[in-house]
Design a protein around this ligand. Structure first.
Ligand SMILES: [Zn+2]
Length: 126
C-alpha cells in the first residue's frame, strides 16, 4: 500500500473513532437529558409506548437505540416519574404503556420552565 493511501486511511479511521467517541460523550452528557424531557412532554399529553417514542425521537433526528431507550424508561419509572402498565394478557413481552405520575408532572413543570429560560438565553433574537 502506498504511503499516501496508508496515511489517508489511518487519518480516516482516527477521524471516525473521534466522531464515535464524540457522539458517545454527547449522548451521555447531554442527549439522554433531552430524551427524558421529550418523554416527559409526550407522557404529559397521554400514555407513551417504547416503540412510538423511538420513532418520535428518530424523527427529531436523534440516533437512539432500543437498548438505550428502554432502560431509560425503566429508570424514569423507578424514579416515580412514569408508571408502566403492561397488558396482563400479553405475557412477559407485553407492550407497556407509560403514564406520567403526579411526581413526573411536577418534575416536567420545573424542567419546562428551565428549558424556556435556557431557550430564551441561547436564542435571544427569537
Ligand atoms: Zn418529541
Amino acid at each position: 500500500m502506498d504511503e499516501f493511501l496508508r496515511v489517508g486511511l489511518l487519518r480516516k479511521s482516527i477521524m471516525l473513532t473521534v466522531r464515535t467517541d464524540e457522539s458517545k460523550i454527547l449522548v451521555r452528557e447531554v442527549l439522554l437529558s433531552f430524551w427524558k424531557v421529550h418523554i416527559l412532554h409526550h407522557a404529559s399529553e397521554g400514555p407513551v409506548v417504547g416503540q412510538w417514542m423511538l420513532n418520535e425521537l428518530r424523527e427529531h433526528g436523534y440516533d437512539v437505540s432500543p437498548g438505550t431507550l428502554y432502560p431509560l424508561l425503566r429508570r424514569m419509572e423507578k424514579y416515580g416519574w412514569l408508571r408502566g402498565v403492561s397488558d396482563p394478557k400479553g405475557g412477559p413481552r407485553a407492550r407497556k404503556e407509560y403514564f406520567l405520575t403526579k411526581d413526573g408532572r411536577r418534575v416536567y413543570r420545573r424542567i419546562k420552565a428551565l428549558v424556556a429560560e435556557m431557550h430564551a438565553e441561547i436564542n435571544p433574537s427569537q
